[in-house]
Ligand binder design. Structure first.
Ligand code: AMP
Ligand code: GLY
Length: 444
């Protein structure tokens, strides 16, 4: 098969790399891709803007692409799946109606409430005055969420009235949202549960191992929210089996309610949920679960963490998507706790300043990192310039490790992230150690 992956982040590098290792794949294209994808064997970057659905479709037709897989949320919300399906082209992802689960916080929160899925208490507002007046009735911290997609910057955790006012004004002054949600701040442990809802229908979801994402920029969950600064196979999976089974049943219930009810609510579209589904969950000290958010895609950097895991476990990702093995539903969390445990760890190397305005256009030297089965770098904000890796994004790359021992796996990632050197010039004469940072507590 020839496969096209849409996107340019670490998630897409990891997906493209994993697909390129499948026996059924002859070539993987990534649109637009990054330096990392351009360096992979059997992977080719395609320079087309993701907004240009027509050009992407022309490329798919003229290159006889068998399957397109959508990485990020924006093309889904923009209806790329609808455009492909209208022409009978095979694409993996939800259509735009279903992608509202991620594309609109108001839609998703109302959907959760209507279907009795536990979530933080909230109120929606389309009027700034009403939102500001509501602040006198709430406790802090509180969470303010822009309704529409905001490139990962739509959620603000506010510690006082001043921060909340600023966050409200920012949303209403932006051009991505005319509404917002104000909701209770939840305390607990976050868990990312990702599913492959494949072509065989709603009884064939595949549950990938739970992962833990490290959302805040700084250690001990401090600093601003980011897209994610690291990920590990979720530590909760090491706990007593009874806890895992209880959590497993509760999370399965959320998944089933979601798929059945969204399919029912949107049955007039003659489509059903197809693609990845990500449940962002919060588990409190008594193991009660609430749903924070839906994503209609895989997580980033959770995907990088899962792809090195799946590769070392010899699991073919393409087969999971196509359901070639005809095994029906499968839960890799149960496999994980029943079989010998394995771990993976992902550390994000980010440009100083991220998630606000950050340094870029410097050069990254990876020559001291010796990649192996247990150690893989996935690029995100990078391009190749004159044979050098140049930084272009806030999250530059991830270092990903796999192993039998959790601590050794984490240590291997840290040893190697420290071997990455950064230079302001492409001749590698002027080294500057203040261009990047990473969180020191991933895995903790
Ligand atoms: P969302 O896009 O809604 O998941 O929000 C992004 C991140 O903000 C989440 O992964 C959490 O880390 C944090 N967050 C969102 N909602 C809440 C909440 N109600 N309580 C605490 N943290 C939250
Ligand atoms: N890492 C969180 C996300 O992808 O939404």
């Amino acid at each position: 098969m020839k496969i096209l992956v849409l996107g340019q982040g670490g998630r897409e590098h990891a997906i493209a790399w994993k697909l390129s290792k499948s026996n059924d794949v002859t070539e993987v294209f990534v649109c637009p891709g990054n330096a990392g994808t351009s360096l992979e064997k059997n992977v080719t970057n395609v320079d087309i803007n993701l907004n240009n659905h027509k050009e992407i479709i022309d490329f798919v037709k003229s290159n006889q692409i068998n399957l397109t897989i959508v990485g990020p949320e924006a093309p889904l919300v923009d209806g790329i799946v609808n455009d492909f399906r209208n022409l009978d082209l095979k694409i993996f992802g939800p259509s735009k109606e279903f992608a509202e689960l991620e594309g609109s916080k108001v839609f998703s929160k109302n959907f959760m409430t209507k279907n009795k899925i536990m979530t933080a208490n909230y109120k929606e507002f389309c009027d700034p005055e009403a939102a500001l007046n509501h602040l006198s009735e709430i406790n802090y911290p509180t969470v303010i969420k822009a309704d529409g997609l905001a490139a990962g910057k739509g959620v603000t955790i506010c510690n006082d009235d001043l921060e909340a006012r600023k966050a409200i004004e920012k949303v209403f002054n932006s051009n991505h949202s005319e509404k917002l949600v104000i909701e209770d701040f939840l305390v607990g442990q976050e868990l990312s549960a990702m599913y492959i809802c494949n072509f065989s229908g709603p009884t064939f979801e595949i549950s990938l191992p739970w992962t833990k994402d490290y959302k805040s920029r700084d250690e001990y969950n401090s600093g601003p929210n980011t897209g994610g600064m690291g990920a590990v196979i979720h530590p909760i999976l090491d706990e007593h089996k009874n806890i895992i089974f209880k959590l497993h049943i509760e999370i399965e219930k959320i998944l089933t309610k979601t798929i059945l009810n969204i399919n029912e609510q949107l049955k007039d579209t003659n489509m059903r949920y197809l693609g990845f589904l990500y449940l962002g969950l919060m588990i409190d000290a008594d193991n009660n679960i609430k749903l924070l958010e839906y994503n209609c895609r895989m997580g980033d950097p959770e995907t990088q963490n899962l792809m090195i895991y799946l590769e070392n476990m010899k699991i073919d990702f393409l087969n999971l998507i196509l359901e070639n093995n005809h095994e029906g539903s499968r839960d890799y969390n149960l496999d994980y706790i029943n079989e010998k445990k394995h771990y993976s760890c992902t550390i994000v190397l980010a440009a100083n300043g991220y998630p606000n305005s950050y340094k870029k256009d410097f050069y990254v030297d990876l020559s001291e990192v010796n990649e192996s089965e247990n150690l893989k770098i996935f690029h995100a904000g990078t391009v190749i310039e004159d044979g050098r890796i140049k930084s272009t994004g806030g999250r530059i790359l991830t270092v990903n490790t796999f192993g039998l021992d959790r601590q050794k796996c984490i240590d291997l990632a840290y040893v190697n992230v420290k071997k990455i050197r950064t230079f302001i010039d492409k001749e590698f004469k002027h080294e500057d150690n203040n261009l990047t940072f990473f969180r020191e507590d991933i895995g903790g």
